[in-house]
Design a protein. Structure first.
Length: 720
């Protein structure tokens, strides 16, 4: 039965039009996962793809002869002429087809590369100091050497604009997934696994980063800022897995953790492992989720055994067993044998310092460190742990990748200084010099343009609850212009508020629609097992509405959710970008993001309104279609830097946990901020009972009580 029919309490509901159905993110696949493209590029890309198809017929025989793991084949071409373009000047801006570097049919000239990258809004920048960029040995021809030298001499006199231009790169983009094998020679099994996922068109972030990470030029350290749901996971996993396949081929005797992927939550880490397992099948590469009690580091016990991972998640009880083992017994636990370890920061830091010595154990074999949601990993909350992990990776050829949809310039500075300090501490240099590049897709720190944002003034907490109940009853919602159908997520500011809101709503779904089992709450106070079960049931469609905290704001991919409700406003613009990015994944249209705000929230709403405004501008369309009008933006107050900081750390003060329980009232007028921890249903029952008792005592009072009961029937969830 249909969600909407089940959830509505009205029999007069009109069936939804098929047009609006097909716009729901939960129905079907996105036609094209790319967010930015132009007709001109479409044409250019299909011409290029056409050329390649012809070429591939000619080279097919060659490629069939290429052994599976021939990574050093002479017909391999450099992917990104990073250093060639590093010294671009004003003249380069006007580059013509004549200047283009084109040595065979298959290559793209610089004009084409620029056209494609610009139309997909991909910007690649060399983040190193200019002197560093320019001392790199680069080209093979004399003329290029001369050009380079003259640029070096010019460097000190470059204006800021010229320096920016000099840092700008135009690497060759990936036009289709087949090129992964035909051009970048990734392992054939890995290429098959990618093909099996059924993706046809690479997303912008894949189009831009895969050539950089798989090309012949020395692998760079990479900062990537790309929209939510744009396929960053595949972008970092393919190169990591391919590098390990190569490594196994060239160093068959070296076993241990070669790659680390760090993510801020267990949910995200576990999702990355699931994605990874699809890609590693049959490649000989192992990917494992870090578990409590695992031994991972090199703490001097070189002769430690190696534990054979079975690639299955262990149950909670096994975790606890391992964790509770006395130190002596723990020393006998074999060191984990896995090529890729996916972990949250604290869990790995605990494992690395498990022997309680002053120094942490090291991870000497790790060559790739991926930080997913890097800005939060390097935020004060996780910073120390993340930097400890980074520094425990002691191989001089370590490459780092920092990935997120939002990244402040402070993170870029921290990355640069950490790369430098780590090498100084090591006292060793990498075997080949390499760049630190930044790739940005779209506008940095903006929300995806393919969702509808609704910023709703609800005045009070009661108003928010009323609005949310309307969303749960689509017939009532027709009075407003918001039509949000399950499955969707509801975000609150704190765990107690999530728990209370869940209790409030759990009987709002009629029994014939599955009742309270359709709505659940997920937060970090639940056990790992409970959290996994809820995630599984939400993915399976058994849970339709999930009330949660910012635990699920980042990274988690529920392919077909129709929307997100910010029941409590997010603590920062970045959190807004991530929360709403749980819908509209892989280019899907029709996702809705509803944000309620009350009068207490007014000081904090401007940054959210700005994000919505920019996202609507990115989307294009008529001025009148915009949900954020200029007068509103002008009217909303700006927040001071300190208040922003405070908001980021604590959220809206009036909504903090201690004032939220049933009994508490601080007497300062914050009573209205409470969400009762009893469900609306339970309170309606109680009210009914109270009314009945009164009725037996006093007929007159009973009449009045029955009036109240009917009030409570509709609004029983607000205040006791
Ligand atoms: N080329 C593609 N075509 C279609 N779908 C894709 C493609 N690449 C990835 N996807 C799908 O897009 C969804 C989002 O991918 P992913 O979780 O990697 O996004 P993300 O960029 O990491 O998002 P977030 O910033 O929220 O973490 C996934 O369901 C993934 O399977």
């Amino acid at each position: 039965m249909e969600f909407k029919l089940l959830l509505t309490r009205s029999t007069k509901l009109k069936p939804a039009s098929s047009a609006s159905d097909s716009r729901l993110p939960s129905t079907g696949k996105a036609a094209n996962p790319q967010l930015f493209r132009t007709a001109e590029t479409d044409k250019l890309e299909s011409t290029k793809n056409g050329k390649k198809r012809k070429r591939s017929a000619a080279v097919q025989q060659d490629e069939e002869d290429v052994p599976d793991l021939d990574f050093f084949s002479s017909n391999k071409r450099p992917a990104a002429s990073v250093t060639e373009t590093a010294v671009a000047t004003e003249d380069d801006e006007k580059v013509s087809a004549q200047d283009a570097v084109s040595d065979d049919d298959d290559s793209m000239d610089e004009v084409e590369r620029r056209t494609i990258l610009n139309s997909h809004k991909i910007k690649v920048t060399d983040m190193r100091d200019l002197e560093e960029i320019q001392v790199q040995p680069t080209s093979t021809t004399d003329s290029k050497k001369k050009k380079k030298k003259s640029k070096k001499e010019e460097a000190p006199t470059l204006s800021k604009k010229e320096q920016k231009r000099a840092r700008r790169l135009f690497p060759e983009p990936l036009l289709n997934f087949k090129e992964l094998r035909s051009k970048y020679k990734i392992s054939s099994r890995l290429a098959e696994n990618v093909a099996e996922q059924g993706f046809t068109v690479p997303t912008e972030v894949q189009l831009g980063t895969l050539p950089l990470l798989l090309g012949e030029s020395s692998e760079p350290d990479l900062l990537v800022v790309a929209p939510t749901g744009s396929g960053k996971t595949l972008s970092f996993l393919i190169p990591v897995i391919n590098k390990i396949v190569r490594h196994h081929h060239s160093n068959p005797d070296e076993h241990g953790i070669l790659s680390l992927v760090v993510a801020p939550t267990r949910e995200l880490a576990s999702q990355i492992v699931n994605e990874g397992r699809k890609l590693v099948a049959g490649t000989g590469v192992k990917i494992t989720l870090m578990r409590k009690g695992m031994r991972v580091g090199d703490d001097g016990d070189a002769g430690a055994n190696v534990l054979e991972e079975n690639n299955e998640e262990s149950s909670g009880s096994e975790d606890e067993e391992a964790e509770n083992k006395p130190a002596k017994e723990r020393a006998n636990i074999p060191v984990t044998k896995s090529d890729i370890l996916v972990t949250t920061p604290l869990m790995l830091v605990n494992a690395l310092s498990a022997n309680r010595t002053a120094t942490m154990a090291t991870l000497p074999l790790v060559r790739s460190l991926v930080m997913d949601e890097a800005d939060v990993l390097l935020d004060p909350l996780f910073r120390e742990q993340t930097l400890d992990i980074w520094k425990s990776c002691s191989h001089p050829d370590l490459r780092v990748g920092l990935w997120s949809a939002t990244m402040g310039s402070n993170i870029e500075d921290l990355t640069k200084s950490t790369i430098r300090e780590r090498l100084e501490d090591l006292g060793q240099k990498p075997s080949e010099p390499h760049a630190l590049l930044r790739l940005v897709v779209g506008l940095k720190d903006s929300a995806i343009p393919n969702i509808d944002h609704k910023l709703v003034y609800a005045a009070t907490e009661q108003g928010k609850l009323m609005g949310l109940r309307q969303l749960l009853r689509p017939a009532a919602a027709s009075a407003s212009d918001i039509r949000l159908r399950p499955p969707f997520l509801i975000f609150t500011q704190t765990i107690p508020r999530a728990v209370a809101l869940h209790s409030e709503l759990k009987y709002d779904i009629p029994a014939e629609a599955g009742g309270s089992s359709r709505i659940a709450v997920l937060h970090s106070d639940l056990s790992d097992g409970q959290r996994s079960d809820i995630m599984r049931d939400f993915r399976k469609g058994e849970i339709w509405i999930l009330v949660t905290t910012d635990l699920l704001a980042r990274g988690v991919d529920f392919r077909g959710i129709n929307g997100v409700v910010n029941y409590d406003i997010p603590n920062s613009a970045a959190v807004y970008v991530h929360r709403v990015g749980r819908t509209g994944r892989a280019g899907r249209e029709g996702g809705i993001a509803v944000t309620y705000y009350t009068k207490e929230d007014i000081p904090y709403v401007k940054s959210i309104a700005n994000i919505i405004d920019v996202s609507e501008k990115l989307r294009g369309g008529e001025e009148g279609d915009k949900s954020i009008q200029k007068w509103l933006l002008d009217a909303l107050p700006n927040l001071s830097k300190n208040s922003k900081k405070d908001m980021k750390r604590h959220g809206v003060k009036a909504r903090q946990a201690p004032r939220l329980t049933d009994k508490e009232d601080d007497g300062k007028g914050t009573r209205g901020m409470r969400i009762s921890t009893k469900s609306g249903f339970e309170r309606r029952m109680e009210n009914n009972k109270r009314g009945a008792i009164e009725a037996s005592r006093n007929r007159k009072a009973a009449a009045a009580a029955s009036g109240n009961v009917s009030d409570a029937g509709s609004w029983g969830g607000l205040d006791d």
